[in-house]
Design a protein around this ligand. Structure first.
Ligand code: FAD
Length: 296
């Protein structure tokens, strides 16, 4: 199903003491480097949670050898819908058009159109910004298009308002949905949504959720992107840094509260950065949604 239609349907549930709107669930994974059996096994576990689609990342500068095969298997063997990521930095118009043709052939209906990180070792490519890629995809294909949003601003952009003005160029070019970078502070997300709406952007804004799994993971992502970690969470990460099972539990418990607040605010969807592992995401969903397949 196409992104636009996916978020238009309201799934009202009655399995609690009150009515609530169940958000659309989607899972992000990256092409496995090895042990593909393990990868498809994890996807099969995630499938029980009936995601609207699996979103598969794309290597920087077209370094993406295995992704078409992985997309094919997810679509045709696991029978799950897709959002294929595509980055344009370092790529030519011709290469992008060829790849778009391939993903349409294998049955993908959705693409997350990104600039990607600019490669140091090759030419910048034919598209400067994601907005140019989005316009190109809309001209050449029938794909539904997602774009990236940054609740605390993109790392290269010193001013959140300028970043949101650039986000508007992506929706003006035809982006149907915005998927955010992961964040740990819901207030930052809520005020971002308000600013985005004030800028005249009306498409769904889907929060990105990544459960904490280790101190190293948090140090890495906060060094690469503008993502603040609330002090209380940082203290607990420090406390459990040498205890993997307590750290996993902390990540799950924190994300459950975070997701619950987002659901209460009636977000249209929750997009999970799974890191190719089902366990934490499944535990979070068991807590916030009840048993898979609505069997409670
Ligand atoms: P753009 O929207 O082009 O923005 C890049 C920068 O340029 C921003 O600072 C923006 O403010 C500025 N800008 C935009 N337009 C203009 C303009 N017209 N004039 C001046 N400045 C402008 N990376 C991967 O390599 N593979 C992936 O699969 C991948 N998946 C992602 C999924 C999500 C949900 C998110 C949030 C990010 C993902 N990324 C991925 C990371 C992304 O590629 C990087 O954050 C990249 O640096 C920016 O991509 P963008 O599409 O947001 O770029």
């Amino acid at each position: 199903m196409r992104l636009k239609e996916i978020y238009e349907k309201k799934n009202v549930c009655h399995n609690r003491a009150f009515e609530w709107v169940k958000p659309v669930i989607s899972f992000e994974v990256f092409p496995p480097k090895s042990n593909t059996g393990g990868f498809y096994g994890e996807l099969n576990k995630l499938k029980e949670y009936e995601p609207a689609f699996i979103s598969l990342t794309y290597g920087a500068a077209g370094k993406n050898n295995t992704s078409l095969e992985v997309l094919y298997r997810i679509k045709n063997e696991l029978r799950m819908d897709l959002m294929a990521h595509l980055t344009c930095a370092g790529s030519s118009r011709g290469n992008i058009e060829e790849w778009l043709g391939e993903i349409e052939l294998l049955g993908a209906e959705n693409v997350l159109a990104l600039r990607g990180d600019i490669p140091e070792d090759c030419s910048p490519g034919d598209f400067r910004y994601a907005s140019e890629l989005i316009r190109f995809i809309k001209e050449k294909t029938d794909l539904s298009v997602g774009a990236a949003g940054y609740p605390e601003g993109h790392i290269e952009c010193p001013d959140l308002f300028a970043d949101i003005a650039n986000l508007k160029k992506k929706t003006d070019a035809g982006a149907d949905v915005i998927y955010t970078q992961l964040f740990f502070d819901n207030d930052k997300f809520f005020s971002y949504v308000q600013l985005v709406r004030d800028a005249g952007i009306e498409v769904p804004i889907i929060p990105g959720i990544m459960p904490v799994i280790s101190k190293k993971q948090i140090e890495r992502i906060t060094s690469m992107a503008k993502i603040s970690v609330p002090g209380a969470l940082l203290n607990r990460i420090e406390k459990f840094k040498d205890n993997p099972s307590d750290m996993l539990k902390l990540g799950i418990d924190f994300a459950v509260i975070q997701c619950q607040q987002l659901i209460d605010a009636e977000v249209s969807g929750l997009h999970f950065y799974t890191l190719n592992k089902a366990y934490s995401t499944a535990q979070i969903l068991d807590n916030i949604m009840g048993v898979p397949n609505g069997a409670e």
